[in-house]
Write a protein that binds this ligand. Structure first.
Ligand code: NDP
Ligand code: 8X3
Length: 249
């Protein structure tokens, strides 16, 4: 049975991807900080095999300990989905909160590196595997007040490209999915629980569902070894650019 390790599987794109991969026949490791959500997901997917690991991707020692606790086969997954992360705040750089910046840099960039670092020894030893990093349209184009979030996703884009080059001789393929507007808990987190403000982001158009992105990810990782779909931009149908969205009144 093939194995997949999905970060940020307690919500949104990560959760939908975990469900889709389980249904595609993968044995799963699902991770996030909210263990109860992950346990509920494992229960929902039973009897499909799902292992729960609760840790904060920003904590390198916790990531290493969690990975070390896995059976050997799961420490070298066929597929790694580096999805955990998000945005905190939407302010001009001159009034932004450095604590928000730290959260985004630490989770979206350092967290991705922490998880990758813990799993690569097993994956490279096997000489096979597929890593999908979840970037964003925010890493492709600048938008006002996006500053640090855009920068973290631009970093994910460059990391993906350089990881692909570095890992080429090892047989581990690396790709990136860059979603546009997906209705998840993303905006609730960005606006610190302000649900009304979060709902406004998706008003007047049909945003992407997490499942739409998950389908793309599963298609990418199930291509044969001679095919790497390296980078995919997935926009909502009403979306032309990060903040250019056709909304009906
Ligand atoms: P959600 O807020 O719904 O999910 C975020 C997931 O990441 C949760 O499972 C959360 O788990 C996990 N996570 C966040 N921080 C940490 C952390 N420090 N340690 C461990 N896990 C963490 O948002 P999305 O599903 O939308 O976001 C998933 C990814 O997609 C993010 O990288 C986001 O930047 C990206 N993205 C989202 C878009 C959108 O419009 N929604 C568009 C483009 C990209 P827990 O809280 O339990 O730790
Ligand atoms: C999430 C999409 O455009 O809000 O990465 O930054 S956007």
């Amino acid at each position: 049975m093939k194995t997949a390790f999905v970060t940020g599987a307690s919500s949104g794109i990560g959760r939908a991807t975990a469900v889709a991969l389980a249904k595609a026949g993968y044995e799963l490791v699902v991770t996030g900080r909210r263990r109860e959500r992950l346990d509920a997901l494992a229960t929902e997917l039973a009897p499909l095999p799902v292992h729960v690991l609760a840790f904060d991707v920003r904590d390198r020692a916790a990531v290493a300990a969690a990975v070390a606790s896995l059976p050997e086969a799961l420490r070298a997954p066929d597929v790694l989905i580096n999805n955990a992360g998000g945005a905190h705040g939407l302010s001009p750089i001159q009034t932004g909160d450095p604590a928000d910046w730290d959260q985004m840099l630490d989770a979206n960039v350092r967290g991705l590196l922490n998880v990758t670092h813990a799993l690569l020894p097993g994956m490279t030893a096997r000489q096979t595997g597929f890593i999908v990093n979840i970037g964003s349209i925010a890493g492709q184009e600048a938008y006002a007040n996006g500053n640090v979030y855009c920068a973290t996703k631009a970093a994910v884009n460059m990391l993906t490209k350089t990881m692909r080059l570095d890992l080429l001789p090892t047989g581990v393929r690396v790709a990136e999915v860059n979603p546009g507007a997906v209705e998840t808990e993303f905006s609730q987190v960005r606006f610190k629980g302000d649900e009304a403000r979060a709902a406004k982001v998706y008003e007047g158009f049909q945003p992407l569902r997490a499942e739409d992105v998950a389908e793309v990810i599963v298609f990418m990782v199930t291509r044969p070894p001679h095919v790497t779909i390296a980078e995919v931009l997935v926009l909502a149908g009403a979306q032309g650019a990060a903040t250019t969205i056709s909304r009906k009144a």
